[in-house]
Design a protein around this ligand. Structure first.
Ligand SMILES: *Cc1c(COP(=O)(O)O)cnc(C)c1O
Length: 801
């Protein structure tokens, strides 16, 4: 790497000429950005070349995920390489502002939210911990849409992130894989063995694009994120077999549609053909390349599990199970029993949700048509599974019904995943308990040993070190820099609880971060916020179960308090909400409109304006998150208990010193364990109570509406002209969800407790020093929510690396 500033400048100018073909004076900002990325990428892959020598002697982990929400890489890689200052000053000498180049970078939105971001955090922690861990995903031409708000309504703009190219990636045509769809399977007996021949299929080329993954100052492990893009097979490539009719030609657009766009809905599955194609596409491509690499080792198949671990992030890559069986049996000639043993022992699975609408299943006819050979294998998996069930649990029809793969004309992917892997983990202690006791109760009787918990974590180097440099500096000045590499060191901050000067600095850091967020909002949305008000933030996907509505009703209630008594609030509050709604999710889009209607109402009222501000943060994504998490005083984590499997936003807020206002859901439970009752505001039904209500069906939202005048008032305001006449019918569907449809997510039930908790929070915030202590205790106890902790657990207990 660059010895010093001068050698960096020399290499950089040289790079501009050689790769962009321009002299410094002529170069555009984009040229300058691409040249800088090019230099870093070359540096990182040269480390990779050296590291590869050791890699062959180590077990490889392959992490399959439909989504990788990586965030921007440039600034992060400068930090990881330890050259941020050198490069900034060097560029400055050349008349270039590093900030301008950082702004050139697109934020690759190849994910919806928490699940995709988790995969990205895990990629970092694997590289950090020296685990050879490779991501496998899809290189969507269009990622998550950009959200524009016009008149309070969400509009979706296609995310053409590749239009100018993505300079971090390298196309690897020599490692392409052919993936086969449709067609028919001929069964023949050859030398006493069944042979399966796939004919008349539609071939698609899976083209890999590799992004090198390097974590903090670890040049010994450089991993790869491999994203697959679909391309048509050039006919001339294999004209003979085409002429023999072995495969069908498919139109370019049909092929390319496979990796065209990310499904922008993270909480329901529609059973769409294209989605099934996407899933098989990247599974077959990834496994094809894994097996090819393994075969270079020239060791027996029985060693496969010793060298390879395959992890499937949610059920989307579940086809790994039958596809690996297909490769072993059809291509490598293994017997079923041996293939099955290797497959099960190699694959592990993370469940991410218990929302019934999110559990994947495919119509059998569609599945059989697209994947004829895979379908046969899944049938055989089920046949053998049922055989053992009938032996072990004779006469237990309910057990069989609940664990079958084929049911009601559908292929149930979660059941296939549980049957075909060696480990199933939930993502927070509470979630894992619900899996074991409810969702997979029957499976737990059969395969109790497979179930385990791995509480999620986030990359504290991205969301604290890189996103919050002011706080990072304060922490390092106080306890030294070891926390960057060892999350457990953050605990040492606890010693500063009584240190007035430290607490003052902590509060100054928060103020500075608020100013940055204010600057962003001013630039992007032309709204000016007050840095001295309390910043109460809820940023995440918009979903009924996440209950942004409850937050809105709370703010409406505060407004009502103010109307009744102008001196009822003695400080000012800024409520920041942000997040995308799935394009077809009408309710969520109406909630966005409601937030805007409320924001306007408050702006137009001179009294309210002094105390209450609502802003909707447009286009929430990783880059926006990196500015908003550090600026929050309060972290709103108010999902209906049992619904949020873990949450990771909650952890990012916590490590940046926000105090959580939340329900006992997901990892909030563990945050409470870490910080104690005095340092978190908890309210509402717990998961057991929610599940009991569902079971007994004895919740009546109408009764609460009738009994609580404050609830009555805010609910009526949704439709009584409060938001002005023309809009009064617009929020009828929200009103109906609460009363006519009996408030599925217990918004009205938890309203009073929420208001009460917020009141306590308001009082606590009046005592500055006490509040800063709470903030400090949250930071000091956030270490265990680092993805380094999570990945160490995965590595030891699941992947055995
Ligand atoms: C962390 C993160 C999420 C997940 O947030 P939750 O509050 O856990 O739902 C979603 N989107 C982005 C961009 C994130 O960074």
């Amino acid at each position: 790497m660059f010895k010093d500033r001068e050698s960096f400048k020399h290499e950089y100018v040289d790079k501009l000429i050689k790769s962009e073909g321009v002299l410094l004076e002529e170069a555009t900002q984009w040229n300058k950005y691409v040249a800088l990325v090019g230099l870093l990428r070359e540096t990182v892959i040269s480390y990779q070349a050296i590291a590869k020598k050791h890699e062959v002697a180590a077990k490889q982990v392959y992490y399959f995920s439909m989504e990788f929400l990586m965030g921007r890489l440039l600034k992060y890689y400068l930090i990881n390489l330890g050259i941020e200052d050198l490069v900034r000053v060097g560029l400055n000498d050349l008349g270039i502002d590093l900030y301008d180049l950082l702004e050139q970078e697109k934020d690759p939105g190849l994910g919806n939210g928490g699940l995709g971001r988790l995969a990205a955090c895990f990629m970092d922690s694997m590289a950090f911990l020296g685990i050879n861990g490779h991501g496998n995903g899809i290189r969507y031409k269009y990622g998550m849409f950009d959200q524009r708000i016009i008149n309070g309504y969400q509009h979706e703009v296609a995310d053409d992130w590749l239009s100018k190219g993505f300079p971090w990636e390298t196309r690897k045509p020599d490692q392409a894989v052919v993936v086969k769809f449709k067609g028919n399977v001929q069964v023949e007996v050859l030398e006493g063995k069944l042979q399966f021949k796939h004919e008349n299929y539609e071939p698609v080329i899976a083209m890999p694009y590799d992004v090198p993954i390097m974590s903090y100052q670890n040049t010994a492990t450089i991993n790869t994120l491999r994203l697959w893009s679909a391309e048509p097979v050039p006919l001339e490539l294999d004209l003979e077999s085409f002429n023999r009719g072995e495969f069908q030609s498919v139109s370019r657009s049909t092929v390319e549609s496979i990796s065209y766009v990310l499904y922008p809905d993270d909480s329901s599955q529609t059973g769409k053909e294209l989605r099934l194609k996407q899933e098989y596409f990247f599974v077959a491509a990834g496994l094809g390349s894994i097996v090819r690499t393994f075969k270079e080792k020239k060791v027996p198949w029985s060693d496969f599990t010793r060298w390879v671990a395959i992890h499937i992030n949610d059920t989307h890559p579940t086809l790994c199970i039958p596809e690996l069986m297909r490769i072993f049996i059809d291509e490598e000639g293994l017997a079923w029993e041996e293939a099955w043993k290797i497959t099960v022992n190699t694959i592990s699975f993370t469940n991410h949700t218990i929302l019934p609408e999110a559990l994947e299943s495919w119509p059998i006819a569609m599945f059989r048509n697209f994947l004829p050979r895979i379908f046969m294998i899944v049938e055989e998996i089920e046949r053998r599974f049922l055989e053992t069930l009938h032996q072990r649990f004779p006469g237990e029809e309910k057990l069989i019904l609940k664990t079958r793969i084929f049911c009601d004309g559908q292929v149930n992917m979660a059941n296939l995943a549980v049957i075909g892997c060696s480990s199933i983990n939930g993502v927070a202690a509470l979630h894992t308990n619900i899996l074991v006791q409810q969702t997979f109760k029957e499976f737990h009787r059969i395969f109790g040993y497979k179930f385990n918990n791995k509480t999620n974590g986030v990359n504290h180097r991205r969301f604290l070190l890189a996103a919050n440099p002011s706080l990072s500096r304060l922490i390092t000045e106080s306890i030294g820099p070891s926390w960057i590499e060892d999350w457990s060191q953050l605990k040492n901050l606890q010693a500063f609880q009584q240190d007035r000067s430290f607490l003052k600095q902590l509060s100054a850091v928060k103020h500075r971060n608020k100013l940055q967020l204010i600057h962003l909002i001013k630039e992007k949305q032309d709204i000016i916020l007050d840095p001295f008000s309390l910043f109460d933030v809820q940023v995440k996907r918009i979903h009924a179960y996440k209950r942004q509505l409850l937050n809105v009703l709370k703010i409406m209630h505060l407004y009502n308090l103010l109307q009744d008594n102008p001196s009822s609030l003695n400080q000012s509050y800024t409520f920041i909400l942000g997040g995308k709604a799935a394009p077809g999710y009408y309710y969520a889009k109406t909630v966005i409109k409601l937030i805007h209607a409320l924001a306007r109402k408050l702006r137009q009222d001179p009294l309210a304006e002094q105390y209450l501000t609502v802003v909707f943060l447009e286009n929430f994504n990783v880059s926006v998150g990196e500015i908003v998490y550090p600026a929050a005083d309060v972290s709103e984590q108010i999902s209906t208990a049992s619904k949020e499997a873990s949450g990771t936003g909650n952890m990012k807020f916590m490590m940046n010193g926000a105090v959580t206002l939340g329900t006992l859901d997901g990892a909030n439970v563990e945050i409470l364990d870490s910080v104690g009752q005095e340092n978190m505001f908890v309210f509402g039904l717990n998961a057991q109570e929610v599940l009991r209500y569902y079971e007994r069906q004895n919740y009546r939202s109408w009764d609460i509406y009738q009994a609580n005048p404050e609830v009555h008032r805010v609910v009526d305001q949704l439709i009584n002209g409060f938001f002005n006449e023309e809009q009064s019918e617009e929020f009828r569907m929200i009103y109906d969800s609460l009363l006519l449809y009996n408030d599925e997510f217990f918004v009205l039930h938890d309203f009073a407790a929420y208001i009460d908790a917020f009141k306590k929070l308001r009082e606590a915030h009046m005592h500055q020093e006490k509040w800063n202590q709470m903030s400090l205790i949250n930071i000091a106890n956030s270490g265990k929510f680092s993805s380094d902790r999570a990945i160490r657990e995965y590595g030891e207990a699941i992947w055995k690396v």
